[in-house]
Design a protein around this ligand. Structure first.
Ligand code: URA
Length: 433
């Protein structure tokens, strides 16, 4: 392999042959491709883009740069991936709901990124839980429980790990082609039979506009299908948090309420989880009405809660999350209500600012390696369009100390605009197939 020739082809807008993309991805994984070459490749893709075939080729090459799991289970293997938002804890309820329907979910997830929370950080708010498990343990938990939410081992898509680190310091994160190959290489290495994508747009998402999200969704679906994985994407609105809580233990508590049979704890979260679940079961061959009824039943009859509790125990957490979950979740020592200074409607919510307020409280990382405070965050966040009187609570800050609470209170107040009734768009705007 001559890395320079491959980079030159991309620089000229040509699509390198598949064998060259595979060799380049292997070179990223082994170190045979230097940082300078990886950066030049990423910049060439960023500036020129890849053809559809090139994007599929790069994704497959990165997927195959490490282990690709194969399953022999008594049901379909499916997964869901979200492009990230605030108060988005769908994975925590959807994985056990799907498992309770008899499908298998090896969900390789991520940690918090920027203003968005990470599913792994939320799960690890439960004392004892570690999502860093071996491939053998992942296999055993998926086979026994039906779902496992874990981090990627070093053997899953190592080319992405390397390229992502280079992109991070070469201003090349921002490319639909590279984002697509990065997300899908990890997901497809889990050996999925089908994939559902939740592509978000709005103030709390990475893609601020519907057009950007649609372009990413189309690239993701076309690429995943091209790489052999039946995939559907849902375009969903992230102009307000999906749940009334943001943070780690705070979001997990909301999920526990839903799994314990109280969907009213976060109706929008439940609506989206059901829609994504129907898509996942649909790809596994279920008719829509049967899928919806089965998914709803898993929440009402406690079977999803049972799967969740078994997964928590298998990951090192307490054995009784289905009973005494409140006693297991850390609580912040200081709470402070954010109050409306005028009457009106919740006219706009800056989701990114809310997410950054949680990061500043210690609920996310400001730099790599920072320790997360699992207890802090926001609760009781109002919905967009709700009517409030002066002095009404807009949200509650859960903090480690008074100073942090006051700073978050100011940030949250600035992030929530009170004014005229806004237009609130549908939660699910479209599906891309
Ligand atoms: N998430 C990923 O895994 N990769 C990207 O490039 C962006 C978001």
């Amino acid at each position: 392999m001559d890395a320079r020739a491959i980079i030159a082809q991309v620089r000229k807008g040509q699509t390198p042959p598949q064998a060259d993309l595979s060799a380049f991805a292997q070179g990223l994984a082994t170190g045979a491709v230097s940082d300078a070459q990886a950066g030049a490749f990423a910049m060439a893709v960023c500036l020129n883009g890849l053809s559809d075939a090139g994007r599929v080729g790069l994704t497959a090459a990165m997927r195959d740069s490490g282990d690709v799991l194969a399953w022999d289970l008594a049901g379909p293997v499916v997964d869901k991936h979200s492009t990230g938002g605030v108060g988005d804890c769908v994975s925590l309820i959807l994985a056990p709901m799907l498992a309770a329907c008899g499908v298998f979910v090896p969900m390789i997830s991520g940690r918090g990124l920027g203003h968005t929370g990470g599913t792994l950080d939320k799960l690890e708010a439960v004392p004892g839980v570690s999502t860093d498990v071996s491939e053998a343990r992942l296999r055993a938990i998926v086979a026994e429980v039906g779902c496992a939410i874990v981090s990627a081992t070093g053997r899953i898509a190592p080319a992405d790990k390397r390229l992502y680190a280079v992109r991070d310091v070469t201003a090349t994160v921002d490319s639909v082609d590279l984002i697509t190959a990065s997300i899908l290489s990890k997901k497809l290495a889990a050996g999925l039979g089908a994939l559902v994508l939740d592509v978000k747009f709005g103030s709390g998402a990475f893609m601020k506009t519907e057009a950007e999200a649609r372009a990413l969704a189309q690239a993701l679906v076309q690429t995943a299908r091209g790489a052999g994985c039946p995939t559907v994407a849902v375009l969903s609105d992230m102009n307000q948090p999906l749940a009334p809580s943001l943070g780690n233990a705070t979001e997990l508590a909301t999920c526990m309420e839903i799994l314990s049979g109280a969907p009213e704890a976060a109706p929008r979260l439940v609506t989206l989880a059901l829609a994504l679940g129907c898509e996942a079961l649909g790809l596994a061959g279920w008719p829509e009405d049967k899928a919806r009824a089965a998914l709803e039943r898993t929440l009402a009859d406690g079977t999803a809660l049972n799967r969740f509790a078994r997964m928590i125990a298998a990951l090192g957490g307490p054995p009784d999350m289905d009973q005494d979950w409140r006693t297991h979740l850390p609580k912040a020592p200081v709470t402070l209500a954010v109050k409306a200074s005028a009457a009106g409607h919740v006219a706009a919510i800056d989701g990114e600012a809310l997410g950054l307020a949680v990061v500043a409280l210690g609920g996310g990382r400001q730099k790599e390696g920072d320790r997360i405070d699992p207890a802090v965050g926001l609760t009781d966040v109002r919905n967009l369009g709700e009517r409030v009187a002066a002095g009404d609570v807009l949200a509650v800050v859960n903090a480690r100390n008074d100073d942090a609470a006051q700073a978050a209170c100011d940030a949250v107040k600035a992030a929530i605009t009170i004014g005229a009734a806004p237009h609130v768009g549908p939660l699910i705007l479209d599906r891309i197939t």
